[in-house]
Design a protein around this ligand. Sequence first.
Ligand SMILES: C[S@@+](CC[C@H](N)C(=O)[O-])C[C@H]1O[C@@H](n2cnc3c(N)ncnc32)[C@H](O)[C@@H]1O
Length: 231
Amino acid sequence: MDWNIFEDNSWLMSFGERAALEGILSLIRPSLAVEVGSWMGGGLERTALYADEVHSFDLVVPDRPSVLNDPKVTLHTGDSHVLLAPWLAEQARDERVVDYILIDGDHSAEGAAKDIGEVLSSTAFSGVMLIHDTFNPEVRAGVELVRPEQFPYVRYVDLDFVTGILIRRPGEAQNEMWGGLGLIVVDRFDQLGQITSGALEGAGPWQDKSYDVFGFVKPVRDLLQRSAAAA
Ligand SMILES: C[S@@+](CC[C@H](N)C(=O)[O-])C[C@H]1O[C@@H](n2cnc3c(N)ncnc32)[C@H](O)[C@@H]1O
């Protein structure tokens, strides 16, 4: 049995996020996968298990020998804001389709919006986009800036596909909101059929069944941060 996703290793995702990623990957078995923000390569290693080909964009080179030596993995080392759009244009020219992408690179609102917007507007993308840290206010603002609903092939948007956390443990990120996986499904070629989730009863692609957990937690975060500053 493969317990790798529960090892306490250098993979910056919660167990729930890892399991969701694993579930999506095992269902899709992507032919052409992309990861923006691989850091040490924890998620990249798992993606390479399921995909025929994976392209990773990061400022740093992952340190895992398994990904460094995997012929299925291509590392694009540098700024995604410079490298991603021309790479996507090349795939579109070659009529290739990226069917899975994880966005976990630049966590500023503008940076996340740029990465996400470039992918959604590329004709080379049709499939599942996961966005890590959608529970973080900056990243979430980035997705909202893009307005995914304006792209005609976007079928489903849920920023709390996996809900994130408000960090309790003392340390650098105490009282900050991090984690969470957002899901955007793009079906450019009408291949997916009906998305029948009960979450999808509204007019647009946004999940609107549940209250916005993020909106409930943020005032608590603000209160905790104010009390900590006053102490
Ligand atoms: C939170 S880490 C990614 C974690 C990784 N996905 C995991 O689960 O372990 C964010 C990564 O994004 C990279 N990054 C930040 N800004 C970037 C940019 N503009 N272009 C490419 N990579 C960037 C950082 O170097 C870092 O490795």
